[in-house]
Design a protein around this ligand. Structure first.
Ligand code: UD1
Length: 420
């Protein structure tokens, strides 16, 4: 397994191009299963999760061509039985369930297990699909779903922690070819869901209310091919913004969408980080004196759970006490103990992490536990003095396109050490 070796203490300076959004492209890739015609998707990030999803689509019978940026999928003849081993290994693959039901009226996918950031239930996905007329049987870790006829219905998708992103995607994709009108209440409002809806509407679907908690979907008979450009990755942009601030440098984010980054930019400004919008670029500098901030993760447009770990790394550098409260995934604090290896002072009490910032960080060997936790460790390593080795960076390769190359261009002293 590869690791990153980082010599900390260098401010990041220069420009970085934001890649296409991982969380937008995965459901969009699943949506290509809804038509026999060709779909061309541009600005696709070259990530291991994307390559994995390409293999899943191929295993279902689709013709897939990915050149590292443009993805072409033609799902003319598909089957409902893909490579279960592949599907089981990738949580995001749950979103093939809705499209397979809509197109083939049956699907078998493996039940996703828990992961380090907490239990990852799919009860809301299944509830929504049942409302549309799907019969679901769970047997030996597999979901067997059949729906001879999908019919529009009223579906409430709010859960304990609010709406579900991939659950909303699944129900939308099942409803686009259903008979009649579906109304989803408490739908996820994330920009990635809006991007999926834009993609589907361009295919000929009739979905109204994108970006709001109420979606109205009028079923159509068939969908056609489409060309689409994926939205920029707001989490990647936010990660580079935090890295710039933590390193004491100044970075221009090219192609970021500030309108998708409201809560993140607001928190950074509250912490004293200067942010400037010039044309299509966002410039993030570093604070004269970093201030501690409190934050609670929430569904969009609140502060994203996928930025909590990175903000924690930054707060380790702000003199004073910050409280970070996690409301989406209850055990998403694995990075706290790793940040402590670098000298941070963090206590976890229930859903909150209490960060006493301002102690100097110094390099250490740390272990990445999930995608965003890994990003937090890289940020802390860049800000720390001395050498940090981040093990298991395959987590980063799932969701950040050539992260070490982008960071190196900004002046970071970082190198990939091939498999130990
Ligand atoms: C997506 C994102 C992930 C992000 C998360 C929350 C992708 C590929 N992943 O994951 O990066 O961190 O949104 O913004 O887009 N829940 C239930 N029942 C369900 C489904 C979810 O109770 O059936 C709960 C979850 O346990 C969690 C909350 O709802 O507490 C939100 O999860 P959800 O929005 O579904 O996350 P994902 O779509 O899996």
């Amino acid at each position: 397994m590869d690791s990153f070796l980082i010599e900390g203490g260098t401010p990041l300076r220069g420009e970085v191009q934001v890649s296409g959004s991982k969380n937008a492209v995965l459901p969009i890739m699943a949506a290509t299963l809804l038509t026999a015609e060709t779909c061309v998707i541009r600005r696709v990030p070259d990530l291991s999760d994307v390559r994995f999803m390409c293999r899943i689509l191929s295993s279902l019978g689709a013709e897939v061509d990915f050149d590292g940026s443009t993805l072409t999928v033609r799902a003319a003849n598909i089957t409902s039985t893909g490579d279960y081993d592949l599907i089981r290994k990738m949580r995001g693959s749950i979103c093939i369930l809705g499209p397979l039901l809509a197109r083939l009226h049956q699907a078998t996918v493996s039940l996703p297990g828990g992961c380090v950031i907490g239990t990852r239930p799919i009860d809301l996905h299944l509830k929504g699909l049942r409302c549309l007329g799907t019969q679901i049987r769970i047997d030996s870790g597999y979901i067997h779903a059949t729906a001879p006829e999908l019919s529009g219905a009223m579906v409430f998708l709010g859960g304990r922690a609010g709406p579900t992103v991939l659950g909303t995607a699944n129900v939308i994709m099942a409803a686009v070819l259903a008979e009649g009108v579906t109304v989803i209440e408490s739908a996820a409002c994330e920009p990635e869901v809006v991007d999926l809806i834009d993609f589907l509407n361009a295919m000929g679907a009739r979905i109204q209310g994108a970006g709001s908690p109420t979606l109205t979907i009028t079923g159509v008979r068939a969908l056609g091919g489409v060309e689409h450009e994926v939205i920029p990755d707001r989490i990647e942009a936010g990660t580079f913004a935090v890295a710039a601030a933590a390193s004491g440098g100044e970075v221009i984010l090219r192609g970021a969408r500030p309108d998708h980054l409201g809560a993140v930019l607001d928190k950074l400004q509250e912490a004293g980080v200067p942010i400037e919008r010039r044309g299509g670029a966002l410039t993030v500098g570093s604070a004269r004196a970093l201030r501690p901030v409190d934050v609670t993760t929430m569904p969009y447009s609140g502060f994203p759970t996928d930025m909590q770990a990175q903000l924690m790394a930054l707060m380790c550098l702000a003199p004073g006490t910050s409280i970070l409260t996690e409301r989406i995934f209850e055990s998403r604090f694995m990075h706290a103990s790793e940040l402590m290896r670098l000298g941070a002072d963090i206590g976890v009490e229930g859903p909150s992490a209490i960060v006493k910032g301002g102690r100097p960080l110094s390099g250490a060997e740390v272990m990445a536990s999930d995608l965003r936790a890994s990003a937090a460790l890289v940020i802390a390593g860049i800000a720390a003095s001395g050498r940090t080795q981040v093990h298991r960076v395959y987590h980063l390769d799932r969701g950040y396109e050539r992260m070490e190359v982008k960071l190196e261009k900004l002046g970071a002293r970082i190198q990939r050490v091939p498999g130990e």
